[in-house]
Design a protein around this ligand. Structure first.
Ligand SMILES: [Fe+2]
Length: 259
């Protein structure tokens, strides 16, 4: 067997596709149509979207299978992470136009896999506006709105205020959206809050926090992981929705060796 990883992975992927083509008895017309549609997707600049919709959750699955059993589950990063946003002092900037929208407090602890709280750890938190847009991405919304960095205190505790995000559709006006429509699928993601933790000596954790009762939490269009421990029941304190969680990250030395 080849020790060239690229050759090995490509052989494996192509082999699986060939098996599917045989299994489904794909016709030459269907094969030609598939090539034509792939060209259309590429020409529309939607190849990253196409691959993300169908494969990102699988890559996340690979990460989770290789993670320490006590580590928090990883989830998709999605296309709307922005690097270099400022630290916030407990409150993420939200737009005045939405000032009456339901506030959300995300709080909890960052711990290692043995349960030790970790002080001075930076979390990136980002989520949609109350109409499903992202700061720094859509409609000229500044990049420091609906996203920010926050640090855990000396007890490993963090707390940040924002507004409740909403379910939103992935870009659906191009060929990928049309393809999902033809497949009888919808293009909605459940409402979620993105979290990314990067701490020296620990494996990066990228995950998402969800809301129980969300109409799409059981049918994410991206076939997402939606870890059950990160689907939070409705809880309100002083008029604010609360998400309270513990995020556990694993030291790099404890990452299992690849088989
Ligand atoms: Fe998102």
């Amino acid at each position: 067997m080849s020790d060239n990883r690229l050759d090995h992975v490509v052989r494996s992927v192509v082999g699986a596709v060939r098996e599917a083509v045989v299994e489904e008895q794909v016709t030459f017309e269907e094969y030609r149509a598939a090539i034509g549609y792939m060209m259309k997707i590429a020409e529309a600049g939607e190849l990253p979207l196409f691959i993300d919709v169908f494969m990102n959750s699988t890559i996340v699955d690979v990460i989770n299978r290789g993670s320490h059993p006590e580590a928090s589950p990883s989830d998709m990063e999605g296309p709307y992470f922005v690097e270099g946003v400022p630290h916030v002092d407990g409150t993420i900037k939200t737009m005045d136009a939405y000032k009456d929208d339901e506030p959300l407090v995300v709080r909890g602890y960052v711990k290692d896999v043995s349960g030790t709280a970790l002080p001075d750890v930076t979390l990136d938190i980002w989520s949609s506006t109350p109409d499903g847009k992202y700061g720094g991405i859509h409609d000229g919304i500044p990049k420091d709105y609906y996203r920010g960095k926050i640090k855990t205190d000396e007890n490993g505790y963090f707390q940040v205020k924002t507004t409740v995000p909403v379910p939103y559709q992935i870009p659906h006006s191009g060929p990928v959206g049309a393809m999902m429509d033809m497949m009888g699928r919808h293009t909605w993601r459940p409402a979620h809050v993105h979290v990314k933790i990067r701490e020296d000596g620990y494996r990066e954790l990228i995950t998402q926090l969800y809301f129980e009762g969300d109409p799409y939490v059981g049918s994410d269009c991206c076939e997402g992981i939606v870890p059950p421990e990160f689907v939070f029941p409705r809880r309100v304190e002083d008029g604010k929705r609360i998400i309270e969680t513990t995020l556990k990250i694993e030291p790099l030395a404890e990452v299992p060796e690849a088989a």
